[in-house]
Design a protein around this ligand. Structure first.
Ligand code: ADP
Ligand code: MG
Length: 411
């Protein structure tokens, strides 16, 4: 049972209440910062001495995620524990959960970290959620590979585990390519998904408390480039209002069906049904705050990270209200790449994105994650643009994109 951990109170042993997080990436960092803003102490478990969250946390336990001593230290330190990425070994969360409140629970993370179980959950939830996943087949034996229905091709072969930002995915057009792709993925368990003609993509963040109370954030429209989220647009009209409401209800049903506690993101495709009517297809879920929800930090009266803190601490979860239209631009390592790789000639100033010009635009909010090296495709930060109305936000975002040398809003 989850008890309320009031901000600013002391634990039974007279210590500051400490909230823990498994994983020290940018999502852990923003969780830590939200928890600290409310007066909690924080602890991060991540093996990387320079992890973005470890750098800003009160305590940083630098061990592997399944290190027994590391887990014991985390439990000793923390009154409650969450996770910032789904690839924490579910066994580690199970161990923690035996001794401390853990949200989301290991059973929920275990579903989200395996595409086969995740899709089965979507199918199971469909009577309540009203949405279905893309047609798919699980492949983990040569027999299942051979038995794949032909109408799943052209398709996308995705590893069941450990895929992110389009990694662990191969697009295949026919059976020969499918067989070669499975070989190239070392015959690990996979799902083959039918490739759909996407009109658009959107996602929903919900926060659900231990009492079953569930609130939705406004629905955002996502643009991916090379399998990585590039842009999120969050304002009335970015996603058709009826589809957005349906996506929120579906996400709440998917969370309820798991008895989920914490912040959950569900991604959807918008495709045309047989009659040419736009309709939702559920893609995948993340048992944590999500890149597409970062706009909530600057555009809503409750951020997805504060919601994660509240759900973990057993605090109330009022419905979030978006006060400004927003566009979030992901800042990938590519923006710094030349500075870090091309070795500028002696005397050349290192390249850096033109922050002074970007920040001179009204309503720009820069978030950098403290990563010490930029790599192509690595998420180094994000920029959220807010404004008084949709036209102003789109115009400012277009200027910011141009200054950063990124494709425009409709490009
Ligand atoms: P990841 O874990 O990398 O986010 P996703 O399954 O969300 O994996 O796939 C990444 C992106 O690839 C999606 O956001 C979408 O743009 C595209 N994609 C994935 N599956 C399909 C599909 N079945 N049909 C068409 N596009 C897809
Ligand atoms: Mg995805």
């Amino acid at each position: 049972m989850m008890k309320t951990l009031l901000p600013g109170s002391l634990s039974a042993t007279g210590q500051q209440i400490t909230l823990g997080v498994m994983g020290g990436g940018q999502l852990g960092r923003m969780f830590v910062q939200a928890a600290q803003a409310m007066g909690y102490f924080t602890a991060v478990l991540d093996p990387d001495p320079a992890s973005p969250a470890g750098l800003v946390s009160h305590f940083h336990i630098q061990t592997a995620y399944d290190d027994e001593q590391g887990l014991a230290q985390l439990m000793q330190r923390c009154e409650a524990i969450t996770t910032e990425f789904e690839n924490v070994p579910a066994g580690a969360l199970f161990t923690l959960g035996a001794h401390r409140p853990v949200a989301p629970a290991s059973a929920c993370v275990a579903v989200a970290q395996d595409r086969v179980r995740e899709k089965a959950h979507f199918v199971r939830s469909a009577p309540r959620s009203g949405v279905h996943p893309a047609p798919y087949a699980a492949i983990d034996t040569p027999e299942l590979l051979a038995a794949v229905p032909g109408d799943l091709l052209p398709g996308i072969l995705k590893t069941a585990r450990l895929g992110y930002d389009g990694k662990g995915q191969v697009r295949v057009n026919d059976r020969a390519e499918l067989a070669a792709a499975w070989e190239s993925l070392h015959r690990v368990p996979c799902v083959l998904e039918k490739r759909l003609a996407l009109r658009a993509e959107c996602s929903v963040i919900v926060a659900r408390g231990a009492d079953g109370q569930c609130v939705s954030f406004p629905v955002q429209k996502n643009t991916h480039r090379d399998g990585i989220l590039a842009l999120t647009e969050a304002y009335p009209g970015a996603v058709d209002a009826a589809l957005a409401a349906q996506a929120q209800r579906a996400t709440e049903a998917i969370a309820a069906e798991l008895n989920y506690v914490g912040v959950l993101c569900v991604e959807f495709f918008i495709v045309d049904d047989a009659n040419g009517t736009p309709t939702l297809v559920v893609n995948e879920m993340a048992p944590r705050p999500h890149n597409s929800g970062h706009y909530t930090m600057d555009a809503c009266d409750l951020s997805q990270f504060e919601a994660q803190v509240r759900a973990l601490a057993g605090l109330p979860l009022p419905t979030p209200r978006q006060h400004s239209p927003a566009i979030m631009i992901n800042l990938l390592g590519d923006l710094w790449y030349d500075a870090h790789s091309a070795r500028p000639a002696a005397g050349d100033a290192p390249l850096s994105p033109p922050w002074a010009a970007v920040l001179a635009l009204p309503g720009t909010h820069l978030h950098l994650y403290g990563k010490l090296s930029a790599r192509r495709g690595r998420k180094i930060g994000h920029l959220t643009v807010t404004g008084p109305d949709v036209a102003a936000v789109r115009s400012t975002a277009a200027q910011a994109l141009a200054l950063l040398g990124l494709p425009g809003l409709d490009g």
